[in-house]
Ligand binder design. Sequence first.
Ligand SMILES: Nc1ncnc2c1ncn2[C@@H]1O[C@H](COP(=O)(O)OP(=O)(O)OP(=O)(O)O)[C@@H](O)[C@H]1O
Length: 246
Amino acid sequence: MEAPPDNDVLWARSLHFRHPDGSPGLAGVALAVRDGEIVAVTGPRGSGKTTLLRCLSGLVPVRHGEVWFNSTPLHTLGPMRREQLRRERFSWIDPAPALVPELNAWENVALPLMLRGVGRRRAKVAALEWLVRLDVGDKCRNRPHALQQAERQRVSIARALATAPTILFADEPTAPLHRGDRTQVLRTLTSAARSHGITVVLATHDPETAAQADRSVHLLDGRSVRTLHLPDVPDTEGRVAWSLSV
Ligand SMILES: Nc1ncnc2c1ncn2[C@@H]1O[C@H](COP(=O)(O)OP(=O)(O)OP(=O)(O)O)[C@@H](O)[C@H]1O
C-alpha cells in the first residue's frame, strides 16, 4: 500500500462502491485534491456525486479501492476511528439543512465548537460572527422552525465553516436558496474557505456553481471522465466537447 503524494490532502484510487441493495454507485474513480483547493464534483443527476462525497468523507466504508486523508488510509479504519476523524477534521453540508430543532441559530452553529472543547462564551462569539457573515446575524435567536428554508441553509453553512475543518464536503450546498442568492452565498463560502485554508469538495450539477471552484471533476455513471473543450470548430454546432473515460 503506497501513500499518496505529500501535497494531496485527499486522494482516492480505484474507488468502487455498491449500495446495500446492490445498485452500482461508483465504478473505479480516481481523484487527487491538493491542500486548500476548491474542487467541484460535477455530473448529471444520479451520476454518483453524493456517493463519492460520502466515500471520501468516511461516511460510508470503502471496501474496494483506497481513500487517503493525508497519510491516513481511510479505507482501513474502523467505524469509531472514521467517526472521530470526521468529527475532528471534516465538515459536511447537505442539500437540505439539518439543524437541531431545540437549539436556536447561534446555538446550532456553536454546538460543534463546544463539542470540540471550546467554552460557551467563545463559541457564541464565533457563531455570531459566522452568522453575520452569512447574512443571518439578525436571526441568531430564532429556532429552525422560525426560519425560512434558505435561512436554515445559511445557518448550516455557518456551522460547517465555524470549526475551520481541514476539508469541507458540500453536497449541493446552495440547492435550497433562491437563484439570486446562490452566487452571493457561494462566494461567501469559497472566500471563507480560501481565507481559512479550508479544502472544499463541492458536489453540484449546476455549471455556475462549478465555475466558482478551482477545478472540476466530472462524473458519469459512477466514473470520472475528462471533458476536453476543443477550440472553435467552424460548423453550425459551435464548440464541441468530448468526454473520455479516464
Ligand atoms: N441508498 C441507495 N440505495 C440504492 N441506490 C442508491 C442509493 N443512493 C443512491 N443510489 C443510486 O446510486 C446512483 C448514484 O446516486 P448519487 O445520489 O450518488 O448521485 P448524484 O450524482 O449525487 O445525484 P443527484 O444529483 O440526484 O443528487 C443513482 O443511480 C442512485 O439512484
